[in-house]
Design a protein around this ligand. Structure first.
Ligand code: SAM
Length: 210
């Protein structure tokens, strides 16, 4: 995702520290960031935040944490949260490589990965959000039996993820090879999903638990 550098980004984010944690104040303490104590769902790599904000509106009894490493992109999610006055979505400016340090074990009820960067070169495999480096951390923070849900249009990343999750010993609950053929009513399309589907790409989905 290419987005122009905003020199004022950090100042803007500091002014919105009630919505986005840039200093990692809520490390190992995320429930204090929310008004209500409710189940916690996480999206990693929010992009501009259509998915997480729509989901939060539909499910006010769930707390959503968006994890995004790009300060210029996360601003767009903050803007949506402010405009819609959403109380159950909060954000952290964080590289997901550190998610297991930021979130306490056994506290998360669902993790979403949407259109994660594919990193097609083998030497970059460790950067894929479905690599074991990440799976071990997801396993730690997810409550027992709770799912990881993944959507992509990238066939290579989808096949890699199926193989890797299977090798890791995860149990598949749902696998769809064409999500938009008979699209479930509950599906919320992300920005990338709209774009890639509009280009005629097939959308893949998997849901699995540890
Ligand atoms: N999920 C959005 C969608 O479907 O429209 C955005 C997809 S975009 C291809 C991937 C997003 O993940 C980018 O915003 C990128 O900055 C973020 N990202 C990539 N690696 C990340 C990481 N290690 N930790 C947190 N965010 C990451």
């Amino acid at each position: 995702m290419r987005i122009r550098n905003k020199p004022w980004a950090m100042d803007y984010l500091k002014e919105h520290s009630h919505i986005v944690d840039i200093t990692h104040t809520y490390k190992q303490n995320i429930h204090d960031f929310f008004d209500e104590e409710q189940p916690l769902h996480i999206e990693i790599g929010t992009g501009m935040g259509t998915f997480i904000t729509e989901l939060a509106k539909k499910n006010p009894d769930i707390n959503y944490l968006g994890v995004e490493l790009d300060k210029n992109i996360i601003i767009r999610v903050v803007e949506k949260i402010v405009e819609q006055d959403l109380k159950n979505v909060r954000l952290v400016l964080l590289d997901a490589n550190f998610i297991g340090e930021y979130i306490l074990p056994d506290t998360v009820s669902k993790i979403y990965l949407n259109f994660s960067d594919p990193w097609p070169k083998t030497r970059h495999a460790k950067r894929r959000l479905t690599h074991n480096t990440f799976l071990t951390q997801y396993e730690s923070i997810l409550k027992s039996g709770c799912p990881l849900q993944f959507k992509t249009d990238n066939r290579g990343l989808f096949e890699y993820s199926l193989q890797n999750l299977n090798a890791y010993g995860m149990k598949f609950e749902e696998v769809r090879l064409d999500l938009h053929d008979d699209e479930p009513e509950a599906n919320i399309r992300t920005e990338y999903e709209e774009k890639f589907s509009g280009n005629g790409n097939r959308i893949y989905l998997l849901k699995a638990s540890f």
